[in-house]
Write a protein that binds this ligand. Structure first.
Ligand code: HSE
Length: 426
């Protein structure tokens, strides 16, 4: 039988699990592939570091380049841009297929890596880069390749879903829910990439590229995080029958594609509203298939290793059969479009002086900008002489709502714009 030599770069939470499965299941994986497989080494920064799971010590090395050169397939699970980019290019340029879980790299340099793979006929697979164990990239690229995707909505970050779910179910403030997420090991010591939406934005760029047969990068994604969401926003949403989720939305907008990550009010009856804890889910609206939802663990060592191994088995099978990589289809060449023309509903919270005429003044400004109001609720502010007004608009363009809010903000009777959050649905 043919032998496939595998180099693993990285032995963190996911890398350790990939090493374990490659060693423990070598025989059955080989049978599925039709070749013997051998993990020939694991490149790490420090061979003495403690790990979640320990492979035989002889497998660890700091010489990633020699390991890549000796391998047939490279599995990259180090994260970050460099040296991961240079190492993956080294492998692809030499015709070696690569599995990567590196969302930041793929969202910024995906086109360069794809071009290198195409030039040498190598394969590049990265299911683990988006939503952990959930098979979403392969369904978009293969299963739905004959359909037309209209819209993708995803909860693609488990940390923020855990935080928002805690705020919704226990009434916790953001900072307390974040502390819990850190205690449970979901959130990093520096949680910026998760809570400010950057992690989800990288995943959204990758998903949009596949869904719309075009090339998008992180820079094409409008990104807002959840750090400004308060317990009061969550409670107000609940009163109106919504739950706040950090949604990544990729959708057709005129001649292009709008890709955005932002806190969004989701109706309780929407399938994404029932995604709790740190789970991820991706909701796909396709012309012919209709509505599909992909749900599961979006992070974690073994779940993400499952996605990595799936890619590995698939590309190794193709190697055994003598096939080269199938480049991503980018025939549509669509451009990313900004937020101005995005049309959605908005939920707006204002803290105002509690006096005659304030509400009339505010609603007049909305009318003057052509933004129609669907619901208005006023509650007494606990802090004394203020009132809190909660408004929900009908569908309106982002730019018209931004212009409205600039004028509302200039009113003397408006003390604070508490929040402006998109609302999913008609
Ligand atoms: N930090 C990510 C999350 C997992 O919280 O979902 C890795 O992408």
């Amino acid at each position: 039988m043919k032998k496939i030599k595998v180099a693993l770069l990285g032995a963190g939470t996911v890398g350790s699990q990939v090493a374990r499965i490659l060693l423990e299941d070598a025989v059955s994986l080989g049978q599925r592939i039709g070749a013997d497989i051998e993990l020939i080494g694991i490149a790490v920064r420090d061979v003495t570091s403690s790990r979640d799971w320990n492979a035989p010590a002889s497998l660890y090395t700091t010489d990633a380049e020699s390991l890549i050169d000796a391998a047939d397939v490279v599995i990259e699970l180090t994260g970050g841009i460099e040296p991961a980019r240079t190492r993956i290019l080294r492998a692809l340029n030499a015709g070696k297929s690569v599995v990567s879980g590196n969302k930041a790299l793929l969202a910024q340099h995906g086109a360069e890596l794809q071009a290198a793979a195409k030039a040498s006929g190598a394969q590049l697979s990265y299911e683990a880069a988006v939503a952990g164990a959930i098979p979403i990239l392969r369904p978009l690229r293969d299963s739905l390749a004959g359909d037309q995707i209209q819209r993708v909505l995803g909860i693609m970050n488990g940390t923020t879903n855990y935080i928002l779910d805690q705020m919704d179910t226990t009434g916790a403030q953001f900072s307390d829910a974040l502390a819990q997420a850190q205690e449970l090991g979901y959130a990093e010591a520096d949680p910026t990439a998760d809570v400010e939406g950057l992690d989800a934005a990288a995943k959204a760029a990758i998903v949009a590229s596949l869904a719309f047969h075009s090339e998008f990068t992180l820079a094409d994604v409008h990104c807002e995080g959840i750090s400004a969401i308060t317990a009061e926003d969550v409670q107000a949403a609940a009163l109106d029958g919504y739950v706040i989720k950090l949604l990544a939305i990729c959708e057709r907008q005129g001649e292009g594609i709008n890709i955005r990550v932002s806190p969004t009010l989701v109706p309780r009856e929407h399938p994404l509203a029932s995604v709790h804890d740190a789970y991820n889910a991706v909701f796909v609206q396709a012309r012919d298939a209709g509505e599909l939802m992909f749900y599961g663990p979006g992070a974690g060592g073994a779940p993400t290793a499952s996605a990595v191994l799936g890619d590995f088995v698939s590309l190794a099978r193709r190697m055994v059969l003598g096939g080269s990589g199938v480049p991503e289809s980018t025939y549509a060449g669509l451009c990313a479009v900004g937020m101005d023309e995005v049309v959605t509903r908005f939920a707006i919270g204002l803290r105002v002086e509690d006096k005659l005429g304030v509400l009339a003044n505010v609603s007049r400004i909305f009318a003057e900008h052509g933004v129609s109001l669907q619901a208005v609720r006023q509650v007494k502010d606990r802090s004394g002489d203020s009132a809190v007004i909660r408004l929900v608009t009908h569908r309106a363009s982002d730019i018209s709502v931004r212009r409205t809010m600039a004028v509302v903000d200039s009113l003397e009777s408006v003390r604070e714009i508490i929040s402006v959050v998109a609302v999913e649905g008609e």
